[in-house]
Design a protein around this ligand. Structure first.
Ligand code: ADQ
Length: 542
């Protein structure tokens, strides 16, 4: 079986059994990596004065993790710059917040090149490489230029914008061309895939060859939609855990005789929280009978503090929650409870279960996992109601939710009223349909569909493997040993001479000392670190 190499901006494997702080996506990727004896590569989250290319390797709960530090300029131009000030707002239809700065673009290309140079020596023949998200679009092109001919897939977690919008991006053609260095490009929904196809056909002189194949820039790739899911089974279990029950009890005591509406989002302008607050305010204004009967809990951990737009939305939400509470609060009731903290996943499960309604109303969202987590956490005999934005990717699957236009506080207020008045039979009926989908199209189904499609690309397109500019004379693949320094050729994190992946076996399982038998010099340097649960225990702020 091929090894799997996962590449993402941040690397967040679970740090041990019983750990409930790591997201379902990280769990699913870690499980795949254990299954395929692969490794997970990305940025360490740390900055150093000057980029060294030093690779840090760790073995965390059966997963090999390889990270690299970046320098301050990389953080500003690549992460806070092109990724989060250019691509994120544009792909979420916020052209007003989109910054076009040449240094951001240069930093983005530079970091992708640096990632490629550090990663390339770790890639072996037959490995499948799975690259995640908008931070890393040019990575495959950079790897190809270093002679990597492996199958490389890309999955975009966020929306792909309409082609008219994409053309407002300087050098949009280069960005799309970079995606043609992959073998498979995956989107969350058919709508995003179609938007990509439209760009290729209209703006890149491309052609559709049928069966999800697209040809442009002298290359043929496969495209598909792979809606991401959650680990539904795990979430059901979490909702029944001791900590979830305790959280449920605490909230039940605090909301006695009241019904709780919940919102859980990273603090991000794409999540529609201002409009949501206004929708709740409207509910209170239009239904005086509901005042004191309802309470809106918004949990919104702060994210991307290095970007101005995030500081601004934070200020506006503080003001808005203060205004609503100022207008309607009573000595024993605050209508809005607004908290900026991270919670463990089992605590979140308890929060979801205690809520009668979830307001998931992003203005644009690739998928939105909170909607699915809320569904999985419900009590089947007395489930809450999901109010869901039509612009969340999840709306394609969760059609039995109350679907709203998140730009309209009126629609949000009406849906809230309908949810709060819904009888038990209708709630159960809607919930069953939702849960059926959440369970069926879970994270494992997503992962297997993507990896399966990636593995099949060359089978179906054998002839193509030696074709196109990325496989041309100039980029003839080098044998893997030729890409390593002479003293790097021992103990690579792959198969050893006996053909066994012994270097990848969990040293804890064998009772080995903490030092790992891992490569001695891949990339431009290598640092093998011991197990470090603390630094990886909490989900990172993205
Ligand atoms: P995000 O924009 O981060 O992800 P989302 O899909 O909702 O959005 O995932 C957020 C995750 O963070 C959820 O698992 C949620 O439980 C967790 N979370 C939120 N608030 C938390 C808190 N206070 N404490 C702890 N955990 C919290 C991007 C895209 C999405 C896409 C995902 C996955 O923007 O559209 O669904 O990737 O592809």
């Amino acid at each position: 079986m091929s090894r799997l190499i996962v590449v993402s901006n941040r690397v967040t494997p679970p740090s041990g059994k019983g750990e409930e702080a790591v997201g379902g996506l990280a769990m699913a990727l870690a499980a795949a990596l254990r299954e395929y004896s692969g490794l997970w590569f990305g940025w360490s989250g740390k900055t150093i004065p000057e980029f060294s290319g030093q690779l840090n390797l760790q073995r965390i709960d059966g997963v090999t993790v390889a990270t690299v530090d970046l320098e301050e300029a990389d953080l500003n131009e690549y992460y806070n710059g092109y990724a989060n000030k250019t691509l994120w707002p544009l792909f979420h239809y916020r052209q007003d917040l989109t910054a076009y700065d040449r240094s951001f673009d240069e930093g983005y290309q530079r970091v992708n090149r640096r990632f490629a140079e550090t990663l390339a020596p770790l890639i072996e023949e037959g490995d499948l490489v799975w690259v995640h998200d908008y931070h890393l679009i040019p990575l495959a092109r950079e790897l190809r230029e270093l002679g990597i001919t492996n199958r490389i897939g890309f999955f975009l977690h966020i929306p792909w914008p309409a082609h008219q919008l994409l053309t407002t991006l300087p050098r949009h053609s280069e960005l799309v061309q970079a995606l043609f260095a992959y073998d498979l490009v995956g989107f969350q929904t058919p709508e995003y895939r179609q938007a990509f196809e439209e760009y290729v056909l209209n703006d890149a002189d491309g052609v559709g060859l049928g069966e999800g194949r697209l040809r442009a820039f002298g290359r043929t790739i496969r495209v598909g939609d792979f809606p991401i899911g959650i680990d539904a089974e795990e979430f059901v279990r979490l909702a029944d855990s001791a900590r979830a029950r305790r959280t449920f009890d605490v909230l039940a005591a605090h909301t006695a005789f009241r019904r709780m509406i919940v919102g859980v989002d990273r603090l991000d302008y794409s999540k529609g929280m201002e409009e949501r607050f206004l929708g709740f305010e409207r509910l209170l204004a239009e239904h005086p009978d509901l005042r004191r009967e309802v309470l809106f809990l918004q949990i919104a951990p702060i994210s991307r503090e290095g970007v101005d737009a995030y500081r601004e939305i934070r200020g506006r939400l503080d003001a808005l929650s203060g205004r609503i509470n100022g207008e309607y609060a009573d000595i024993d009731w605050n209508p809005v409870r607004y908290v900026n903290r991270n919670y463990r996943r089992d605590e979140l499960a308890g929060v979801y279960r205690a809520a009668k309604v979830a307001l998931v109303t992003p203005l644009r969202d690739g998928m939105n996992l909170v909607a699915k987590e809320f569904v999985a956490a419900q009590d089947p005999t007395d489930p809450g109601v999901l109010v869901l934005s039509r612009f969340a990717g999840a709306a394609n699957q969760l059609t039995s939710a109350l679907i709203v236009n998140p730009n309209s506080p009126e629609e949000i207020a009406e849906a809230l009223h309908q949810a709060l008045s819904m009888d038990l039979m209708e709630r159960i009926e809607r919930w069953r349909a939702l849960f059926d989908n959440v369970q069926r199209e879970d994270v494992t189904a997503w992962r297997d569909a993507f990896v399966g499609a990636l593995a099949a690309t060359r089978d179906r397109d054998q002839a193509r493997s030696a074709e196109g500019p990325f496989y041309g004379e100039q980029a003839r693949p080098l044998p893997v040993d030729a890409r390593l320094q002479p003293n790097d050729r021992t103990e690579r994190p792959g198969k050893d001479q006996a053909g066994e992946a012994s270097a990848l076996r969990d040293p804890e399982a064998r009772g080995d000392a903490p030092a790992l038998r891992l490569p001695t010099g891949a990339g431009r340097g290598l640092q093998v670190l011991g197990r470090d649960q603390g630094s990886l225990a909490r989900p990172p702020r993205t």
